[in-house]
Write a protein that binds this ligand. Structure first.
Ligand code: BES
Ligand code: MN
Ligand code: ZN
Length: 493
């Protein structure tokens, strides 16, 4: 999607759809009113003839407004006093959604509020909404394909908007990169292929190290390696480094992602129904990779580390068994009760390695860790678990600002004994009650007392259906926006 910022009087190209975003209850004020006059009252006639009120998400096709544009749509933005950054994004995204497959190639967006900030947010909304994963479609009928390839945002501050847009474009690129990783089928995106795609990010200025099984074995990562041992695909650990702070030696911030490229459950095999969803069990690693992409893309003034534990969990003659005991890099031993509780085993070694090697200010891990978080929070909120109130507050603030909801859940010490084992230091499941909590408590045992937060994104990494216009169905890229925002607001400069 090409983005332009244009003045109100800029000439209309052919094949342009004009989307006029309007406030609820005041639909023909400002720019919309001027357009109505130019269009001989076509907009006011369309509004008078129907039930369009300008409520959020409403779309009204204006018929017969000839001369002005090939097509005019009114898009409701809701109440003027609630028109914050996210509302701007959503309105522009809805405008795109209304005309994307209209046959027209250009979308021009007229906003009910002027200014570079608003224009830039609208552009971001369109970029996010226009994401599509169509690499494997060869026979899609032409009339179903999106046709809009360029969006013009009308603003009196076009130069300022253009100057302010690059970090938002970097964010949209990174979210798309993350969504691509999560959307790829598991026969294409196995651990080594994931690692290759991350290695290619060196072109953005990131440093990427890839550790294979031999190197991880030397480090004693028996917990992570046990998960991948039933797969013919080699497990990988990707270490992504961005040194953007003035002081390259300043203590970094760190992010760790669960990258289970496919989760069959292993010997504790999952039921067939819905198992294809487990291609997106690498959503945590996908979010961390996307975060590092945007930090480099916008040259963030921070030192940041991203660590991805990349494995495939398969049943096989060589697969790990329930009852096995593995030794993690930390030296702590783990009795495997259920081979389907594999994400925490991957994170145990990745988190331990992260704090040992980089001594970061804090660690945030992201993981599609438990089905229980979906039961607890539904599909809009990810679970937040943390041993640190300041880090939690920073995550929650960024979450609200970026529209990626988090809900904090407790880490009660008295539940920690549920993962004590009879024969090892711990076991990898704590039973059904509080399943997301005991999973988080397990990871906490590998944070070594550092400020740490865990985001269980099993509920939010994939959306079907989606009710948010900036998030098309499928891979959401959840986490990229909120972590980017937290870094920008709290840890840069
Ligand atoms: N990857 C799954 C969790 C999951 C479920 C992600 C649904 C996305 C959607 C995880 O590895 C898993 O299998 N967890 C088990 C843990 C249990 C065996 C303790 C679960 O949630 O059932
Ligand atoms: Mn599993
Ligand atoms: Zn899993």
């Amino acid at each position: 999607m090409e983005i332009e910022f244009v003045a109100a009087k800029a000439a209309l190209a052919e094949k342009t759809a004009l989307a006029v975003i309007v406030f609820e209850g005041d639909v023909l004020a400002g720019a919309a009113g001027e357009l109505d006059t130019q269009a001989g009252g076509a907009l006011s006639r369309a509004v008078a003839g129907g039930r369009f009120t300008g409520a959020k998400g409403q779309v009204l096709d204006v018929q017969g407004a000839s001369g002005a544009a090939a097509r005019i749509v009114l898009v409701g933005a809701g109440k003027a006093d609630a028109f914050d950054d996210l509302a701007v994004e959503h309105a522009a995204a809805s405008a795109y959604g209304a005309v994307k497959a209209s046959g027209l190639t250009v979308l021009r967006v007229v906003l009910p509020k002027d200014g570079a900030d608003t224009a830039v947010r609208a552009a971001l909304g369109v970029r996010l909404a226009a994401y599509r994963f169509d690499r494997y479609r060869t026979k899609e009928p032409a009339d179903k394909k999106p046709t809009v390839i360029k969006t013009q945002i009308v603003t009196s501050e076009a130069d300022a908007a253009l100057a302010a847009f690059p970090p938002y474009a970097a964010l949209a690129d990174a979210v798309a990169f993350s969504r691509d990783l999560v959307s790829e089928p598991p026969n294409v995106l196995y651990p080594e292929e994931f690692a290759r795609r991350v290695k290619a990010l060196e072109s953005l200025g990131l440093e990427v190290e890839i550790l294979g099984e031999a190197e991880m074995a030397k480090l004693g990562m028996g917990s992570l390696l046990g998960v991948g041992q039933g797969s013919i695909r080699e497990s990988q650990l990707a270490v992504i480094k961005w040194y953007g702070a003035k002081d390259k030696k300043a203590q970094p911030v760190a992010f760790v992602g669960k990258g289970v490229c496919f989760d069959t459950g292993g010997i504790s095999l999952k039921p067939a129904d819905g198992m294809e969803d487990m291609k997106w069990d690498m959503g945590g690693a996908g979010a961390v990779a996307g975060l590092m992409h945007v930090l480099a893309g916008r040259k963030a003034k921070v030192n940041a580390i991203g660590i991805l534990g990349l494995v495939e969990n398969m049943p096989d003659g060589n697969a790990q068994r329930p009852g096995d005991v593995v030794t993690s890099m930390s030296g702590q031993t783990i009795e495997i009760i259920n081979t389907d509780a594999e994400g925490r085993l991957v994170l145990a070694d990745a988190v331990w390695y992260c704090q040992q090697r980089f001594k970061p200010k804090f660690m945030v891990d992201l993981a599609t860790l438990t089905g229980a978080i979906i039961i607890a929070l539904g599909n809009d909120y990810a679970g937040l678990f943390s041993n640190n109130d300041e880090l939690s507050a920073n995550l929650l603030a960024a979450s609200g600002a970026e529209g990626e909801p988090l809900w904090r859940l407790p880490l009660p010490p008295q539940y920690d004994k549920n993962i004590d084992s009879m024969i090892a230091d711990m076991k990898n499941t704590g039973g059904r009650p509080g399943g997301s909590i005991t999973a988080a408590l397990f990871i906490q045992r590998f944070a070594n007392g550092l400020p740490w937060a865990h985001l269980d994104i099993a509920s939010t990494a994939w959306k079907k259906p989606s009710s948010v216009p900036t998030i098309p169905e499928g891979a959401t890229g959840f986490g990229v926006r909120l972590l980017n925002r937290m870094v920008a607001d709290k840890y840069e400069g």
